[in-house]
Design a protein around this ligand. Structure first.
Ligand code: SAM
Length: 275
């Protein structure tokens, strides 16, 4: 590991008990460089001194490492495949096996944009096809702030702009400049705090048992070193039903492929099936 980066890891560990060694090194470098630009520090050493002196900066660096950016229907290709291929398959299996409720996990859900997008698609599908199977979404993140925002269900235009007019008219209510998610959609989702690197369980305690038909974990894996990516994927493998679907960010496709326990379902979308 780069000597400069090691100094940061040591500093944050000793002063704030934050283990930065779990993060992917190039992601760490990019994040530090970003904070260096904002704080007008010209070198890694200067920024380290700044980090030591400025009381707010360690938190700002940590927030940047825990980036919670998200949007409704963030990746159009993924959501198109979900609507046309994954959701119909999940419900046809549920009907065939006489399952009363489909179970979904949005892991690293940020402020809930992904979970709400899923709930809208699932609700629309069951109503338009008169499907008599329920669904429940468990949505988890380690950020208290993000989960609190998710529970409010209130979003600005930038977050919701990819939502189709049809779904927006069905599932949002205008509140001044903002958009409030319909109560019926909110009730489908159980938001809770859960650290994906917590190794005492394979699925969030709120779900009681895993047995998920679908897990979405988008734009989370690439933050971590390979050994931590593997730990998270192990967790998903254990908590998915046989034949269950795993969806990640497109930039994370190689991480899942090299894990070996999932096969690609719909290339080039990052959609996989448990082998
Ligand atoms: C960039 S956001 C992605 C949000 C959403 N999945 C999406 O693609 O739009 C990454 C989220 O993962 C969460 N996260 C990162 N590491 C995590 C962990 N170990 N356990 C739970 N959540 C984590 C962060 O708090 C953040 O909200």
């Amino acid at each position: 590991m780069d000597k400069e980066i090691e100094k940061y890891i040591l500093f944050m560990q000793e002063r704030f008990a934050l283990d930065m060694s779990i993060f992917d090194e190039s992601f760490l470098e990019r994040t530090i460089t970003w904070r260096m630009q904002i704080t007008s520090c010209e070198s890694m050493n200067k920024y380290l001194s700044y980090l030591e002196k400025e009381a707010d900066e360690p938190q700002l660096l940590t927030d940047q490492l825990r980036n919670s950016h998200s949007e409704f229907f963030r990746n159009p290709l993924t959501f198109a495949f979900l609507e046309q291929s994954v959701i119909p398959k999940i419900f046809s299996e549920a009907v065939k096996n006489q399952v009363s409720e489909v179970r979904i996990w949005s892991a690293g859900c940020a402020s809930g944009q992904e979970a709400f997008s899923l709930a809208m698609l699932f609700d629309d599908y069951t109503i338009s096809r008169s499907v008599n199977v329920g669904f429940r979404i468990f949505a988890t993140d380690l950020s208290v702030k993000a989960i609190d925002l998710a529970k409010s269900g209130l979003f600005d235009f930038k977050s919701v702009k990819n939502t189709s007019l049809e779904l927006a008219q069905k599932y949002f209510h205008r509140r001044g400049e903002n958009y409030l998610v319909d109560q019926k959609i909110k009730e489908r989702i159980d938001f809770s705090l859960y650290d994906l690197l917590e190794m005492g369980s394979s699925s969030p305690p709120s779900s009681i048992y895993g047995d998920f038909d679908l897990i979405l974990c988008c734009n989370v894996l690439f933050y971590y070193q390979p050994e931590y990516q593997q730990m998270i994927l192990q967790k998903f493998f254990r908590s998915l039903k046989p034949g269950g679907f795993l969806i990640t960010g497109e930039a994370e496709t190689n991480i899942v492929s090299s894990f070996g326990a999932f096969r690609a379902h719909a290339e080039p979308a990052a959609i996989f099936v448990k082998k």
